[in-house]
Design a protein around this ligand. Structure first.
Ligand code: AMP
Ligand code: GLY
Length: 423
C-alpha cells in the first residue's frame, strides 16, 4: 500500500512511526513532513493547507490511503476533496471538523445536547461583549471562534485584562477572522485530561488518557505553548471518571454529531477538566493532539493502520483496540526563546539507539545535516513499567540529544506523579 500523511510535526512523525510497522505498507509520503520525518518517509514539499496540490499529488501517485492529521486541512475540506477522487482517508470531513473549527458551533452543540461544559455567551459585536464583561464573574475566559494556532484563548484574571482581550480579538484582529466572533466563558478549575478517541460515527473507542503541559515554564508558569510535554495514562482519569465521560460526554457527542447530519469519522479529541461538579469539556479537537499522540500511540498495541481503516469503513465496533498497561512520558525540546522569537539552524544530534522514539517537529535537512527549524524541535518519548521510570528515562534521552540553544521543562510528569503516588 502507498500511504500519504498530511502534516509535518511531531504528531505526524509518531503516526508515521506506527504506520511503518504494518507489513502491507510499501511507501509513505509526508506532505510536507520535516527533516526528522525524512528518516521514515519520503517528504514532499507541499504545504498542509494546499488542498489542490495534495489531491493532485495523491491522484498522480496512486495513493491507497491518506491520513490527514492537522486541523487546518481538515477544516478546509481536505478529506472531502480526496474522497471526491476516490481516495480513502482517515479524518473527518469539513462538516464534522467544524467541531474544532468553530468554538461557537461546539458550544452550541453542547448546549443543545446537554453535554457538560463551561457556561458561555457568544458575541459578534464588540460593544455588547464589553458591556457583558463589565459584570461578568472574574476570572473569565475569552476565546476566538475560529482556529488560531492554539493561541486564541485568553484567561483574564482582572476586568482590565478581559477588556484588553476582547479589544485585541475584535478590534485589533489579533487572530484575524478567527476573532470576529468570540466566546466569553466561565472559568473552570480542576485537573486537565486529554482523551483522544477513535470513532466511526457508530462506536467510540477512547485511547489511553494523557496529560499535556501547555505553559513554557516549570510549575506551569509563563506563556502558553503548543505543548511542552505529556504523560500517559493520566492518573487523574480513574475508571469511574472514564465511565462517566463515556456516558455523559463521548457517546452524547458522537450521537449529537450524527443527529446534526455531521457524522464524525476519525480521531475526536476531548479536552476535559475534572471539576468538582464532574468532568466538563474544555475543547474538542477534530484530530490527534500534539504532543499527546507522542505518548498515546507508542502505547497502542493493535496495528494503527488496521484501526484507521476500520474507522474509514465504519466497522470499528468489530475490532479490538488494545493498549499496553505501561506508562509513557514525552519531553519536548524547544528552541530557547520559544514561544516568542528564537534562532534556527543549529545542528541536532540524536544517537541512533534512541532515534526510533524521538519525534521531530522543527527540524530540516541542510547540507546533509538535521538542523533546527522551529520553536518546538522534537519530543523524546520513553516507555516504562511505572510512571516514575518513564519520566526518568525520557529525561535520560533528553540528555543524550543535543543542539545549541535548547530549552525544555524539567517538571514534565511531576503533577501526574503526585496523583500517581496517592493512588
Ligand atoms: P485551548 O486552546 O482551548 O486548549 O485552551 C488552552 C487552555 O486554556 C486549556 O488547556 C485550559 O488550560 C485553559 N482553558 C480553556 N478554557 C478554560 C476554562 N473555561 N476555564 C479554565 N481554563 C480554561
Ligand atoms: N495538545 C493540544 C492540542 O493538540 O491541541
Amino acid at each position: 500500500m502507498k500511504i500519504l500523511v498530511v502534516g509535518g510535526g511531531g504528531r505526524e512523525h509518531a503516526i508515521i512511526t506506527k504506520i511503518k510497522q504494518n507489513k502491507n505498507v510499501q511507501k509513505i509520503y509526508a506532505l510536507p513532513g520535516n527533516g526528522g520525518i525524512a528518516r521514515d518517509a519520503e517528504c514532499v514539499n507541499i504545504g498542509a493547507k494546499d488542498i489542490d496540490a495534495i489531491v493532485n499529488f495523491a491522484v498522480e501517485n496512486a495513493i491507497d490511503y491518506a491520513i490527514v492529521a492537522p486541523d487546518d486541512p481538515l477544516v478546509l475540506g481536505c478529506v472531502d476533496a480526496l474522497e471526491a477522487k476516490g481516495i480513502s482517508c482517515f479524518g473527518p470531513r469539513a462538516n464534522a471538523a467544524i467541531i474544532e473549527g468553530s468554538k461557537v458551533f461546539s458550544k452550541e452543540l453542547m448546549k443543545k445536547y446537554g453535554i457538560p461544559t463551561a457556561a458561555c455567551e457568544v458575541f459578534d459585536n464588540v460593544d455588547a461583549a464589553l458591556a457583558y464583561i463589565e459584570t461578568a464573574p472574574i476570572p473569565t475566559v475569552i476565546k476566538a471562534d475560529g482556529l488560531a494556532l492554539g493561541k486564541g484563548v485568553i484567561i483574564a484574571f482582572t476586568r482590565e485584562e478581559a477588556v484588553d482581550a476582547v479589544k485585541s480579538m475584535m478590534c485589533d484582529k489579533a487572530f484575524g477572522k478567527s476573532g470576529e466572533r468570540i466566546v466569553v466563558e466561565e472559568f473552570l478549575e480542576g485537573p486537565e485530561v486529554s482523551v483522544l478517541s477513535f470513532t466511526d460515527g457508530k462506536s467510540v473507542v477512547p485511547m489511553i488518557s494523557s496529560m499535556d503541559h501547555k505553559r513554557i515554564g516549570d510549575n506551569d508558569t509563563g506563556l502558553n505553548t503548543g505543548g511542552m510535554g505529556t504523560v500517559a495514562p493520566n492518573p487523574y482519569y480513574t475508571e469511574a471518571v472514564a465511565n462517566e465521560c463515556m456516558e455523559r460526554i463521548f457517546l452524547p457527542t458522537v450521537n449529537a454529531m450524527n443527529a446534526e447530519g455531521r457524522s464524525f469519522k476519525g480521531c475526536l479529541y476531548f479536552g476535559l477538566m475534572l471539576t468538582k461538579d464532574g468532568p466538563k469539556v474544555i475543547e474538542y479537537n477534530c484530530r490527534f493532539g500534539d504532543p499527546e499522540t507522542q505518548v498515546v500511540l507508542p502505547l497502542l498495541e493493535t496495528d494503527l493502520l488496521t484501526v484507521m481503516q476500520a474507522v474509514t469503513e465504519e466497522r470499528l465496533g468489530e475490532i479490538e483496540v488494545k493498549f499496553s498497561n505501561k506508562h509513557a512520558c514525552c519531553v519536548i525540546m524547544a528552541s530557547k526563546g520559544y514561544p516568542e522569537s528564537y534562532e534556527k539552524g543549529f545542528e541536532i544530534k540524536i544517537p541512533e539507539e534512541i532515534a526510533d522514539n524521538v519525534f521531530v517537529a522543527g527540524g530540516t535537512i541542510k547540507e546533509g545535516k538535521l538542523v533546527t527549524s522551529g520553536g518546538r524541535v522534537l519530543g523524546a518519548t520513553a516507555i516504562a513499567e511505572t510512571l516514575p521510570e518513564a519520566i526518568k528515562s525520557s529525561y535520560k534521552m533528553v540528555e543524550k540529544i543535543s543542539f545549541d540553544n535548547s530549552y525544555y521543562r524539567h517538571d514534565i510528569g511531576a503533577r501526574a506523579l503526585k496523583a500517581w503516588e496517592v493512588k
